[in-house]
Design a binder for this molecule. Structure first.
Ligand SMILES: [Fe+2]
Length: 465
């Protein structure tokens, strides 16, 4: 089920998309380094030595030394970035463009003076009768036996003080023991249900993004994400390994599905992402590794306007369509929604907790996610506190589940609620899509059977009785 990339066939043209950006990442970043005069000087003085500082592939390196722009673009370079190399060599943009056409500089210049290259004979439709594709239909049904299986959704608060309690060895203290007791089941379950990748939905807390840029939805397409220093020093936990191939695929599919994501290759990740990992996988040190690869998906809830619950739910649906289009290696995928529950960190109303509202939110998330999308922002802020708005993050994971695509209802494997953790109510849910055995053999051996929570695993209807 290949993604829709008709631009791949436009003659004499390389379109720079997420796949190419991943391939050419270091080449393009090297090109950008030539924005600084001192770097241009060093590059011109000794190109080989300067290139040694960049992890380019042999083909990319040779293409730079040959000043072969076509070869650089074939290896993921983008002309806007690569033009910095040309400029360093003193080439004009016209000289650079001409160098890629096989024409002499004079012939190219004359062609441009004569009105430029005519489109006739240089278009895809001239070559094969191509007509623009109809807008892609948005599937409302699931793919049977997809290589990327979305197995479970996990929801949790990501209170920074929970991370500090783990980092400072306070988990056995009576105050914190009550919080962590709600995750004992999850840690056991997580050991037996480790996915290949977690798409981790969270919100950045003025850490990776400040007032200079306010992206609504950020998809992490990088290889690795360092743990942020949020003012107290970085948490002593492992850096996070990404999954750039799957992230690039998701970017391609979701943006074609009308969601204008911001793609970020380099960013630090704050407690919103690392605290859930610690809650589920335990206290790992900086020299250890998280057992999963993570694709960060950050939602702006810092500066209004923030996306609605409905928008987040629809993004979840687009995410599921992307997973269903994956034709790469077989993957077990979990989507986590994090943040909340009720809390207000500001002003005279700080400390607001609304247990009834929080539990109603979880009830609706389980049984009536579409109805939940109708709850307006004011409802979150008024009832769950100004920072309770983080709960919209949960709708993304829920929108991607089987029952939103005509499949079976999820099972509620685990549910927990506690007040307080510092200023915040803690909510936690694990709900799973119905198990679809990959083969008769697997079913016979029970390899896909979910771990049953004691008295917690129950059909949806019963859970809401
Ligand atoms: Fe938060």
């Amino acid at each position: 089920m290949a993604l829709d990339k008709p631009y791949k066939n436009v003659p004499g043209t390389i379109i720079f998309d997420a796949e190419m950006a991943r391939k050419g990442y270091h080449l393009n970043q090297f090109s950008m380094s030539l924005m600084k005069p001192e770097n241009r000087e060093r590059f011109l003085a000794d190109q080989e030595a300067y290139l040694d500082e960049w992890p380019l592939s042999p083909k990319q390196r040779q293409a730079v030394l040959d000043m072969d722009l076509n070869a650089m673009m074939a290896e993921g370079g983008n002309i806007y970035f690569l033009s910095k190399i040309g400029a360093t060599h003193g080439l004009s943009f016209q000289q650079m463009a001409g160098s890629m056409t096989g024409m002499s500089e004079a012939a190219y210049r004359d062609m441009m003076i004569g009105g430029g290259r005519r489109p006739e004979g240089n278009r895809l439709k001239d070559l094969d009768g191509w007509t623009p594709p109809a807008p892609g239909e948005k599937s409302e049904t699931m793919r049977e036996n997809p290589p990327a299986r979305f197995t479970s959704a996990l929801y949790t608060s990501h209170v920074p003080a929970i991370g500090a309690a783990m980092d400072l060895g306070k988990t056995e203290e009576p105050y914190w023991k009550k919080v962590f007791s709600g995750y004992e089941w999850t840690r056991k379950w997580a050991k037996e249900n480790t996915p290949d990748v977690v798409i981790l939905v969270y919100n950045d807390h003025a850490t990776a993004f400040d007032s200079s840029i306010i992206p609504t939805f950020v998809l992490g397409t990088g290889e690795e994400y360092p743990v942020a220093d949020e003012g107290y020093g970085p948490r002593p936990v492992p850096d996070v390994k990404g999954y750039p191939e799957l992230a690039a695929h998701i970017a391609q599919s979701v943006i074609q599905d009308d969601f204008d994501l911001t793609l970020v290759n380099e960013m630090v990740v704050d407690h919103g992402l690392t605290v859930p990992l610690s809650l589920v996988y335990g206290e790992l040190g900086v020299d250890e590794e998280w057992p999963v690869r993570v694709i960060p998906l950050a939602v702006n809830v810092v500066q209004y306007p923030v996306p609605s619950g409905r928008r987040c739910y629809e993004l979840g649906k687009a995410l599921r369509r992307a997973l269903d289009k994956w034709d790469g290696p077989e993957l077990n995928v979990q989507i986590w929604g994090t943040g909340g529950m009720s809390h207000q960190l500001q002003g005279p109303r700080a400390g607001l907790i609304n247990e009834e509202w929080d539990n109603a939110f979880m009830d609706h998330l389980i049984a009536d996610p579409l109805g939940l999308t109708e709850w307006p922002h004011m409802e979150y802020v008024d009832e769950a506190g100004s920072e309770g708005i983080e709960l919209v993050d949960w709708l993304i994971a829920r929108g991607a589940m089987d029952d939103q695509f005509g499949g079976g209802s999820p099972t509620v494997d685990h549910r927990f609620y506690h007040v307080p953790a510092s200023n915040t109510a803690v909510g936690h849910l694990v709900i799973s899509n119905p198990v679809a055995p990959k083969s008769d053999e697997a079913a016979a051996e029970g390899q896909s059977a979910p771990v049953q929570a004691e008295s917690a695993d129950r059909p949806l209807a019963e859970a809401n009785a």
